[in-house]
Design a protein around this ligand. Structure first.
Ligand code: PLP
Ligand code: COI
Length: 339
């Protein structure tokens, strides 16, 4: 039976569900998936994940669709991105099939926590990979733990599809051009916490990071990609070696092309902000969050109305959600059915 949860009231917080799933890489091979109902585990205090940051994660969502099906949005893309991250951090990659099996299993074992259709909520799935061998010299781990947990979630920013105010982070860089900003290393989020926190204290829920080499080009927001709409209705998004390749952004670009829009992936000077009619932050957690203003030092750039998302972002958002909730044909085959 579905849990008695106020689905419409959900934000983005940890909640214990029935179980998580786990597989261990030991003696040079992956073991079988195990299901555990206890959220604690034993791990060596000298594990490389703690000392040297051999830790990475993914984020994806499952939706209850209008016909009652439960489907997961583009999980194979997350599997591939986690593999890329693992290789960059010299970690043992999780085979795509194991990743998909684990994601599928965690949803099946937590069906009571999958939000019903019509609530606007979804099930957030969080795969995690950590190095678990004890090394005190800097050295890649031999053993790894791969686990997947899930939580029912609502909007990441409290008002959902409603404009937010952003600030350009001027005190700190988040990722270097040849660093690990293009993969989902857990440490990237620690690197961004202080800047994001200081921005929030000043009343800006989102921080925008510029490229750390020149501080003149737009990179991305702390936990989402940047996209903008131009006066002639083009979809523009940064090309940078230090940002995460967002699966949401990729999907929105495809939808934009389906709408007949031109998509440009290129360098975006921060001064070009004055040219855009709409700006959005996109990601699994953020979905598509309209940005009303971006403060850069003394300058404030604004886009559209303070209390209403712009026309093009609204259209993109509705199409994306329509596909995710099974109301609109999934012609790109993005929604994986539970096996
Ligand atoms: N950029 C960063 C830094 C993120 O943490 C995320 C979230 O995963 C994204 C972009 C968006 O990526 P995706 O759409 O694949 O969730
Ligand atoms: C996601 O959108 O899945 C993210 O990873 C953002 C997050 C760190 C909450």
């Amino acid at each position: 039976m579905r849990q008695n949860i106020e689905w419409q009231e959900l934000g983005f917080k940890y909640m214990q569900t029935d179980c998580f799933v786990r597989a261990d890489f030991k003696d040079g091979k992956w073991g079988a998936l195990q299901v555990s109902d206890k959220p604690e585990m034993q791990i060596h205090i000298a594990s490389t994940c703690f000392h040297y940051g051999q830790a990475c994660f993914e984020g994806l969502k499952a939706f209850t669709q209008v016909n009652g099906d439960i489907r997961i949005f583009r999980p194979e893309q997350n599997a591939r991105r986690m593999e890329k991250t693992a290789r960059r951090l010299m970690m043992q990659p999780v085979p795509e099939e194991l990743f998909l099996e684990a994601v599928n299993l965690v949803v099946k074992k937590n069906l009571d926590y999958v939000p019903p259709y019509g609530t606007g909520a979804s099930l957030y799935i969080r795969p995690l990979l950590i190095g678990s061998s004890p090394y005190v010299g800097v050295h890649p781990s031999d053993d790894y733990i791969f686990l997947v947990l899930c939580i029912p979630v609502g909007p990441y920013y409290k008002n959902g599809f409603y404009p937010v105010k952003a600030i350009v982070q001027e005190g700190y860089d988040r990722a270097a051009p040849r660093g690990v900003g293009n993969v989902k290393a857990a440490g990237n989020y620690a690197a961004g916490m202080l800047g994001d926190f200081e921005g929030k204290e000043k009343g800006y829920p989102i921080s925008l990071y510029l490229d750390s080499a020149t501080h003149s080009l737009i990179d991305e927001f702390g936990t989402s990609n940047f996209l903008a709409i131009t006066k002639d209705n083009k979809y523009v998004t940064p090309d940078s070696t230090s940002i995460l390749g967002s699966i949401t952004n990729d999907s929105l670009q495809t939808i934009a092309r389906d709408f007949g829009m031109e998509v440009e992936k290129r360098h975006i000077p921060v001064t070009e902000l004055s040219e855009f009619t709409e700006v959005g932050a996109c990601g699994t957690a953020a979905v598509l969050t309209p940005v009303y203003s971006i403060t850069h030092g003394e300058k404030i750039y604004t886009f559209g109305k303070e209390c209403e998302a712009g026309h093009t972002l609204t259209r993109l958002f509705k199409q994306m959600q329509g596909i995710q909730y099974g109301e609109i044909e999934d012609k790109h085959d993005w929604m994986m059915k539970l096996r």
